[in-house]
Design a binder for this molecule. Structure first.
Ligand code: GSH
Length: 215
C-alpha cells in the first residue's frame, strides 16, 4: 500500500530540514518503507481537503490506504510498531523508547518552540528582547538534564530508537541559536543522528524540494 505524506510546497527554512516532514521521512527511511510526498501550499493547508486530514491545518500528514494520521509522534509511533528498526524487541526497552519520544515532544520541544515564537512572532514587541534570556534559560535547564543523562552513551537507551529519532529532530531546531554548542555531549549526539544514512536520505529528499532555486 502506498504511503503518502504531506510537506510544505516551500518550507520557510529554505531546506534546513527543520519542517516536521523531515522526521517522518527519516523514520520511513529507517524502516525501509517507500513513500510519496504531496506538497501543499500554506493556503491549501487551511482548506477543507487538507483539514479533513489534519484538524489544525498543518503538515505533515500520513496516509496509508484508509488510515490517515497527523501528529509526528503518532505517525512515528505507528511506523515503529509496524516495522522493525525503531523500537527494541524487548517490551521494557520499547516502553522506555516511548518515554523518550514523549520526553522529546512534551518536555524538550515546548521550550524550543517558545524560542522560535519569541524570535519570529513576538520579535517586534517592545518586551521581546527582555524575555529572551528567560526563554533561553528554560531551554538550558532541559539541555543540562538531557546532557547529564546522555553522558558516555551513544543513544538515550541502548540501541538507536524512535526516541532518539524524535529527540535529535527536536534538538536540531536549536542549531542556529548556538545553544546546542554549549552542551558538547548533545552537539555530538545530534551529529551522530545526522550521520545516519537514513537521516541523510531524508534530508536530501526535503532539500530537493526546498533548496533555493529548486523549482
Ligand atoms: N505537533 C505537530 C506540529 C505540526 C506543525 O507545527 N507543523 C508545522 C510545520 S513543521 C506547520 O504545519 N505549520 C504551519 C501552520 O501551523 O500553519 C506535529 O508534531 O506534527
Amino acid at each position: 500500500m502506498t504511503i503518502v505524506i504531506t510537506a510544505f510546497e516551500r518550507s520557510p527554512d529554505g531546506g534546513k530540514g527543520l519542517a516536521r516532514d523531515t522526521r517522518v521521512r527519516w523514520a520511513l527511511e529507517e524502516v525501509g518503507q517507500p513513500y510519496e510526498v504531496r506538497l501543499v501550499s500554506f493556503r491549501a493547508m487551511k482548506e477543507p481537503a487538507h483539514l479533513a486530514l489534519h484538524p489544525f491545518g498543518q503538515i505533515p500528514t500520513y496516509e496509508e490506504g484508509d488510515l490517515v494520521l497527523f501528529e509526528t509522534g503518532a505517525i512515528i509511533f505507528h511506523l515503529a510498531e509496524r516495522h522493525p528498526g525503531l523500537f527494541p524487541g524487548d517490551a521494557d526497552a520499547r516502553a522506555r523508547a516511548i518515554s523518550w519520544m514523549f520526553a522529546a515532544l512534551n518536555s524538550v520541544e515546548p521550550p524550543i518552540l517558545d524560542l522560535s515564537i519569541a524570535k519570529f512572532v513576538e520579535g517586534d514587541q517592545a518586551w521581546s528582547q527582555a524575555r529572551l534570556p528567560l526563554v533561553m534559560d528554560r531551554i538550558r535547564h532541559r539541555l543540562r538534564s538531557l546532557s547529564a543523562r546522555l553522558e558516555g552513551s551513544e543513544w538515550l537507551d541502548g540501541a538507536f530508537s524512535a526516541g532518539d529519532l524524535m529527540m535529535v529532530s527536536v534538538l536540531l531546531r536549536l542549531r542556529a541559536s548556538g545553544l546546542l554548542d554549549e552542551f558538547p555531549t548533545l552537539a555530538t549526539y545530534v551529529a551522530r543522528g545526522e550521520a545516519r544514512p537514513a537521516y541523510k536520505r531524508a534530508f536530501a529528499a526535503q532539500l530537493a524540494v526546498n533548496a533555493p532555486g529548486s523549482d
